[in-house]
Design a binder for this molecule. Sequence first.
Ligand SMILES: [Zn+2]
Length: 271
Amino acid sequence: MGSLVTAVASYLDVKKRGGSWFVRIDDIDPPRQKPEFTRLITDCLNRHALLCDGPIDYQSKHYRHYYAALTSLRDSLFYCRCSRRALRETAFYPGTCRDHSEPRSDAAIRIRVTNTPLRFDDEICGKMQYNLAEQGGDFIVRRRDGLISYALATAIDDGAANVSHVLRGHDLIDTTAPQLYLMHKLGLNPPQYAHIPLLTYADGTKLSKQTHAPPLNSEAASKNLREAFFYLGLNPPTALEQTPQEWLAWGLERWRIEAIPSVLPTFRQRD
Ligand SMILES: [Zn+2]
């Protein structure tokens, strides 16, 4: 339900602006790279009539771009072999390996950050300001095991596809500043961001597989959409029998990003 709420908000927000809605599967984290999960996601979107305006894109097809970006960023990169234990003590990277410019395959690659404020205007959270030097320090763009970081992959994909608007869960807001930093370095245009509050249980924990959130029943797509509208502050009527397409049209007519509650109603299982 948490993912559906975000997907519905993103879909309606883009459609309200007269834009095209695209789906990209971020599948470069190998343990999660399971084709059956991708099929589940796309099937679920289809059943909820959340149809994208173009072929579904996959990060796993873009490695060539990620490696090209590492090459063009090389003057700002360094190779870090600090152990996890050595870094556990500090809240931010102390810059230990900043002078290690010699490529090593057994090292993580970090990018040097500057001590300057990074600002962006979030359509839901308002004016945001980060300073990467004070918040985390030089960050990883390629892990020691070769995994490309979420920030690098996402910055490149959003920039290369000229994405104009990103609406995503609030759990990703802290990745925005690193993405903006990378986009600036790579000469890419940043999108407008909106970070939507997360759907949580009454005790504040986020709905996820780890917290045993019930899976969405795609057979009940109309009911799920009605419920998603409820969390998004749209006051859907209970007695309305509609197809998923009709529900989305209903939501589109009423959509206002300002109507999203700053804290979503608490999740509970409804019948
Ligand atoms: Zn290091």
